[in-house]
Design a protein. Sequence first.
Length: 281
Amino acid sequence: MTLAVVGRQPAAVVDALNDWIASQTPRTRVGYANAYTRARQFFPHVPLADVDEGLAAAVVDDLRRRYEPTTVHTTYYALRSLWSFLTDRHLVATNPWRKIRVQPPKNRRAERILTEEEVRRLVAAAANPRQAAFLRFLYAMGLRVSEAVSVTWRDIHEGAEGRYYLTVYGKGGVTRQVETPPWIYALLVLLRGEGRVAGERLWPFSDRRARQILTAVDRRAQLGKRPSPHWLRHAHATHALRHGASLVTVKHTLGHARLETTETYLHLEPGESSSTFVPQV
């Protein structure tokens, strides 16, 4: 993906714009490209190097008047990310977006938590064994859907004492190891059989298809909540904590960037993953 550059910009800036968008994960790439295009309508003829704090503040005010808080928030963080990238390349002097404060949108995560019984109902409503296994995998491993559909058999390896681990290539290019519970590994082996190929993906699904599966399963389960695959990630974190996983363990498993200050006093045991705390479904 390349950005449609608005206005005249130096060649080095155009190259940096496309390098910046290419450095994002596939899902973020689309959102950030849209955010850049959305913001540029407010200053189409101004070189990026000439955007100062006053103009940046005016752009954010205009965004607030025209768009919902979630869109404003996404656009703001995309622009702040872009200017940090340009600053690192010495193409702009400062990041004018850094000092602007944008109120985050209302956190509706609490409304998107499935109970353990609801997770079981979703699994039971799957159309076939492969779909059921995919739902169990999403829930037990706590992965983002983009991470889950990218997993290959090569990414699963045996560790000490017969434990299996999954190498996850996550957001921002960060790699982490997540333990695969025995019941999940056994399910995967049973589903695939003996003819598995190392480079073959576990799930022949795209992100979009995974969401379609959840929509169809929800209709059959009659939960009435319209969950997305990400809801199973939320459920993983909530249920693992409830069953005794530490905050740091969940942070590591989910690949989050940071914890609150008090959480820095907790320590992750080597090889421990919150995937081993969630109940079997």
